[in-house]
Design a binder for this molecule. Structure first.
Ligand code: PRX
Length: 656
């Protein structure tokens, strides 16, 4: 058991209050079961009805699901729509003056942007993109601070049918270049500088560095939003353009490009088992449906809600629950530029009070760190506006869950622990808050229409209490369509031969409990989940061995109280194993190196130098032993196949 697992054995069920249940969009288990039954009886009819109800189509679809080229599934393939139209235009008559976004800047100032204003900004920016020659199908990289403008940039791409690829502002120049290159993007949208926690984030400088690297030659223009009030960034004439200059004379209307439901909406890169991040490709119609359905069912959206998802637009959560879901359903949402700990650890709580947030969605890591920094702080703020709390990205330990429930939610607000992935596009397993009783640490039951199961190696369902692989047995509308440029890898990774190519393999292990609830246990591949961010161990290893000092490296995870998992790197240098001050200096250098190669989020928390790594006689690194050493546990496994057993002792005593 990891340290974030329970000292608290919490098996209580927390059913919704009577009042909550009655008002909920899906009310009681009767409501939940009725939807599940509908999906079971007529799977396509179930999704078709939702798609007709929730989405505004330019040309209604006749075909629902096409499985003829499995696993390259198509949904609503003869339908036409525009997602930006669905997020903006269709609200203008009834909600034009309603606040779409309450933007709170790092320094605490805030502004309200109405649906009409957002529509104008998106149209003007879309026209500016067109003026730069961007057209349907072109790839546009967005490397922006979390801001209204980031949402505008994404929506504007979607409006003209361009495919956006958002790169989180914490990624390095190298990571940015890799993503530009893989997608052969022609334009980058960035800001002169971001600001987080009072500190500048040099976005444009990183773009300049990325564009100086080999492989990014496809980029013709860089549009720079002037977030920081200065012009002192390098500007390359002809290539670099100011956002405000490009948009100021653009018309406030831009006819949406009527796209096919199956046209790609975006690419978002995520880590997998091998070194190279995968470009997860989503399509327009099905993805929009997933975002809308979950806003309605999981977040129980109702008019008057103030929704706040704290994720950055650089991640899938920021795509589905900042840029698309809340706008598509016509919500008022908070977009927060800063960090939860600045100027102090009550920032989230004071913002909930200030903006009267009803629905608050964040990551367990944030909750755990805020408990540590001030478990009583929420009590100093009026959090009575809250009615639903959510978590995402990693398992939440029962202690943190109970604190979130009692101290933040006043024992009044259901917690929706939402399991899903970049690949699934939208929430998949989560309690519908007016129906499913919650249980601390479990993401509970699949959404109606999501055919989740847990299977053994042969693909047979496992008994309750037994671990297995989490799979989805039927295609669902918001699923990944392919990996950009790598259809083979898509098939191999998600629909492996071992299950006859029939089951979507999520990459997580899980088990059912006695209530039939699902508990996520962790990844089954070489992927770490650090603060809710997915990191491939191979990616970090490749970065380390690219350093001239390093001969060999192996990266594993170990449980971490706040981050969920921490990165531990075992490193063999080309020179003799360093000790004392020298070891410290090289460890620091390697951490900085990884930050520069990938981004700060991938920096090893711990580095251990050895003369070698534990290997079998055939030269295979024994990672399971490394995991045991990283945890600081005694090695009880058989080490007889080990070539060099003495190395274990050395690695055990070398943590830096
Ligand atoms: O391991 C699961 C974990 O995060 C992975 C997906 O990561 P990513 O694509 O970056 O998307 C994160 C945000 C949706 C999953 O394979 N994960 C996600 N949500 C949960 C979770 N683990 C446990 N409980 C969750 N609620």
């Amino acid at each position: 058991m990891s340290t974030i697992d329970s000292v608290l054995q919490e098996n209580r069920l927390f059913p919704p209050s009577e009042d909550f249940r009655i008002k909920a969009n899906v009310s009681g288990m009767e409501g939940y079961n009725a939807l599940c039954e509908k999906a079971n009886n007529d799977y396509e009819g179930f999704w078709a009805e939702l798609a007709r109800d929730l989405i505004s189509w330019k040309k209604p679809f006749q075909k629902v699901l096409n499985e003829s080229n499995a696993p390259f599934f198509k949904w609503f393939e003869d339908g036409e729509l525009n997602i930006s139209y669905n997020c903006l235009d269709r609200h203008l008559d009834a909600r034009g003056d309603k606040t779409a976004i309450i933007f709170e800047a790092d320094d605490g100032t805030s502004k309200h942007v109405t649906y009409r204003q957002l529509h104008t900004q998106v149209c003007q920016f879309a026209n500016a993109l067109k003026a730069q020659g961007i057209k349907k199908g072109d790839r546009v990289v967005i490397y922006m601070p979390h801001s209204v403008e980031a949402v505008v940039a994404m929506q504007a791409c979607a409006r003209i049918g361009a495919i956006h690829s958002v790169v989180f502002g914490g990624f390095s120049a190298g990571a940015l270049r890799d993503r530009i290159q893989d997608a052969a993007a022609t334009l980058v949208i960035t800001a002169n500088e971001g600001v987080r926690g009072g500190k500048p984030v040099p976005l444009k400088a990183v773009v300049d560095e990325a564009l100086g690297l080999e492989g990014s030659e496809s980029i013709k223009h860089v549009i720079v939003y002037r977030r920081a009030d200065h012009d002192n960034v390098a500007f390359k004439p002809g290539r670099d353009l100011w956002w405000h200059e490009l948009t100021q004379n653009q018309p406030a209307q831009c006819e949406p490009e009527w796209t096919n439901a199956e046209d790609p909406l975006f690419i978002l890169y995520t880590s997998g088992s091998t070194g190279k991040p995968k470009g997860i490709q989503h399509s327009i119609g099905g993805y929009l449906l997933g975002a809308l359905v979950s806003m309605k069912w999981v977040f129980d959206y109702r008019e008057g809600d103030v929704y706040w998802c704290t994720a950055d637009v650089g991640w899938i959560t920021g795509h589905s629950y900042v840029c698309y879901g809340p706008l598509a359903i016509g919500a008022t949402q908070v977009v927060f530029e800063g960090v939860p700990t600045y100027p102090d650890a009550s920032r989230f709580w004071s913002m909930i009070a200030k903006h009267k947030v009803t629905t608050f969605y964040t990551a367990p890591t944030a909750i755990r760190s805020l408990i540590k920094l001030g478990a009583d702080l929420p009590k100093q703020h009026d959090l009575s506006s809250l009615r639903i709390l959510g978590t995402v990205g990693e398992p939440i330990n029962p202690e943190a869950w109970i604190w979130y429930y009692e101290v933040v939610g006043g024992s009044r607000c259901p917690i929706v622990d939402t399991w899903w992935q970049t690949e699934t596009g939208a929430n998949m397993i989560a309690p519908l808050p007016g129906a499913v009783a919650t249980k601390p640490g479990s993401c509970t039951l699949p959404l109606p229409g999501i055919m989740a199961d847990i299977v053994d190696e042969a693909g047979a369902p496992v008994d309750p209490g037994k671990g297995g692989a989490l799979v989805i047995k039927r295609p669902w509308p918001s699923m990944v369509r392919t990996i950009w440029n790598d259809a083979e890898r898509f098939k191999k990774t998600y629909f492996p031969e071992e299950f006859n190519g029939k089951l979507y393999l999520a990459g997580d292990s899980a088990h059912f409990d006695e209530n039939g609830y699902i508990w996520i246990m962790g990844r089954i591949d070489d992927v770490l989940n650090v603060s809710g961010h997915r990191l491939g161990t191979m990616e970090i290893e490749s970065a380390l061995v690219a350093n001239p000092l390093v001969a060999e490296a192996a990266v594993v995870g170990k449980p971490h109280e706040i981050k969920g998992e921490a990165v531990v790197a075992f490193v063999v240098l080309k020179q003799a194993r360093p000790e004392g001050e020298e070891a410290k200096r090289i460890a620091k250098e390697l951490r900085e190196w990884v930050a520069h190669e990938i981004g700060k989020i991938a920096q090893p928390d711990e580095i251990r130098f050895g003369d070698n790594l534990p290997k079998t006689r055939s030269g295979k690194i024994m990672r399971r032993l490394l995991r045991v050493i990283a945890k600081g546990e005694e090695i009880t496994q058989d080490v007889s196949t080990l070539e060099n057993p003495a190395i274990l002792d050395q690695l055990r005593h070398s943590a830096l």
